[in-house]
Each structure stands twice: as structure tokens, then as C-alpha cells.
Unconditional design. Structure first.
Length: 124
């Protein structure tokens, strides 16, 4: 756990951990940020405990939305925490386009996109 929080659980890895921490700080949302560190093995117990605690989940990763690892994370959360969720799971991802090297910072999820996902799950 990189940041303890009560409003929403954020699942991220790599660079997106720093983006999620920035989004939490700048938006004022009390987000619990989990740095997954490894995807296999996946610490499902930590994920489940956090989502049950907050009742909300935002998944952030750099890959495309379609067929990205966030879909697997969403499925794992949905299967284990369905009755604990107070809002739909949100995914903040790269765009479903070829990776644009010249415009990579427009492609990657940034703090504003993550903060917008926080707002959506908190208003549900």
C-alpha cells in the first residue's frame, strides 16, 4: 500500500502509481493507492481487503483499455467484491490506438483523467 485511504481503492502499477498518488493529492480524494508491483503472483487478498474497506475501485494502467490487464483486475474485483461495491469499477487506461511515441504524454492517463474517475465513483 502506497497510500492509506477511505473513499476509493486505486489499483495501479509502474508509472501509474505516481500518477494515482498525484491525482489523490491534487483532487483531495481520500484514495487508498495499492502498488501491485507484480501481476503474477497477484496479491488478491490485499486488493479484496482494500475494496471491501472503501466500496469503490479505480484501476489505472498505461496499456490499451481493450485487452489490457485492467480488465482482468476488474473481473477479479467483481467476482470477489460484488456485494461490497457501491459504484461501478472505473478503468483509466491508454487509448485504444497504436502507441503514439510523439504524443506519449497525451496517450498516458494523467492525474486529471484519474481524478475524473474518482468523481464518477464517488457520485454513484
Amino acid at each position: 500500500m502506497r497510500r492509506d485511504g477511505a473513499d476509493v481503492t486505486v489499483l495501479a502499477y509502474g508509472t501509474m502509481v505516481h500518477v494515482a498518488l498525484t491525482a489523490a493529492r491534487e483532487s483531495g480524494v481520500d484514495a487508498e493507492v495499492l502498488d501491485l508491483r507484480t501481476l503474477l503472483p497477484l496479491d488478491v487478498d490485499a486488493i479484496v481487503a482494500s475494496v471491501r474497506k472503501t466500496g469503490r475501485c479505480v484501476i489505472v494502467h498505461e496499456a490499451t483499455r481493450t485487452s489490457g490487464f485492467g480488465a482482468e483486475l476488474a473481473a477479479q474485483v467483481q467476482e470477489r467484491c460484488f456485494y461490497d461495491l457501491e459504484a461501478p469499477i472505473e478503468r483509466v487506461t491508454g487509448w485504444d490506438t497504436p502507441y503514439p511515441h510523439a504524443q506519449e504524454w497525451d496517450y498516458f492517463p494523467g492525474p486529471k483523467r484519474v481524478a475524473a474517475a474518482f468523481a464518477r465513483v464517488l457520485e454513484a
